[in-house]
Design a protein around this ligand. Structure first.
Ligand code: UDP
Ligand code: MG
Length: 312
């Protein structure tokens, strides 16, 4: 009998979790040829998520791992995958925005149709803010161009993977984890199943524009070195323009005396130093990422878990 691990990153999800658990159990009953295991990861929630998880863990199929603080969704997904023991693993949000009704079709795709992975593909972004929608679309266009990896807009973390895919993901031990890039990096045959965006079942989104921007930058700097290459090319172009401007202003001052040289020089100095600061910023991003990797810090720290509780 195949075992399916359902990995659920949770941050302040006390209201959604009981609904989620009930809904998923109902769907899994429709796949009687499988056995289910829940791996809830409490990402340092500030509400009563942990209390709810302890209650859910009365069901022996439910395991939870609770972080010592908020490490972010990427870390929670990584911890979930590491502790999952199933033949197939699926990552799902706790707020029911990833429809459990797709699980049956996903399982069929990975167990019968020969796919290694089956991902939910969000067809629309209804119910999401207009600005967030616009920025997200723009970001995916940019990252598609920059990285030689296929990161489709609409496919997220909601996917069922075979053990082989999960083990490949776990081999990627980087500290700066960007799951969408990692999924695409490991490759494998992936089937896409479309679904409509739905509002969260309860609670509120944990993302704001600032955190989304940081997430987008993480994605770009973790999976593309194109910004550093562009910086170099732009630097050479600017040097060329600077020479041209200097030559023109020198020529004008010598022959027509129509314009002094100072405005040009000041503009050049300001322009070039601005661009240089920008390049230093780009290089700094890569240096910082490399620096964090060399520290070899743990991606997350577990403070409490159902295994510990059951042992004591
Ligand atoms: N999440 C998490 N850690 C965080 C932020 C979010 O584990 O720091 C979880 C959250 O509990 C949910 C999932 O990641 O299960 C998606 O978060 P959310 O619904 O807030 O994101 P959105 O659907 O708005 O993109
Ligand atoms: Mg959500």
């Amino acid at each position: 009998m195949d075992k399916i691990s359902i990995i659920v990153p949770c941050y302040n999800e006390e209201e959604s979790l009981p609904l989620f658990y009930r809904e998923v159990c109902k769907v899994m009953e429709q796949i009687p040829e499988t056995e289910v295991e829940f791996v809830f990861v409490d990402d340092g929630s500030r509400d009563h998520t942990l209390r709810v998880l302890r209650k859910l863990a009365e069901d022996p199929r439910c395991n939870y791992f609770s972080f010592s603080r908020n490490f972010g969704k990427e870390a929670a997904m990584y911890a979930g995958l590491r502790h999952a023991t199933g033949d197939y693993c699926v990552i799902m949000d706790a707020d029911l925005q990833h429809p459990p009704s797709l699980l049956k079709e996903m399982y069929h795709a990975v167990s019968q149709e020969g796919f290694d992975c089956c991902a939910g593909f969000r067809e629309d972004r209804e119910g999401e803010g207009k600005l967030r929608n616009f920025l997200s679309r723009g970001f995916y266009k940019v990252i598609q161009r920059m990285c030689s990896l296929d990161m489709t807009d609409g496919t997220g973390d909601f996917r069922m993977m075979s053990r082989q895919v999960v083990n490949s993901i776990l081999k990627m031990k980087e500290y700066n984890r960007y799951m969408k890039g990692i999924f695409s990096f490991v490759g494998f045959e992936t089937k896409l199943i479309p679904f409509h965006n739905v509002e969260r079942a309860a609670g509120t989104t944990k993302w704001n524009l600032k955190s989304l921007f940081r997430y987008a930058m993480d994605g770009i700097f973790s999976f593309s070195t194109a910004p550093a290459a562009w910086a170099g090319v732009l630097g050479i172009l600017l040097l060329f323009v600077a020479f041209l401007v200097l030559a023109v202003s020198l020529f004008q001052t010598l022959f027509s005396q129509a314009i002094g040289m100072w405005p040009w020089v000041i503009a050049l100095i300001l322009g070039l130093s601005g661009i240089q600061m920008c390049f230093i910023g780009v290089l700094g991003q890569y240096a910082a990422k490399g620096y964090m990797e060399t520290k070899n810090r743990p991606v997350y720290i577990i403070k409490d878990s159902s295994q510990r509780k059951r042992r004591s």
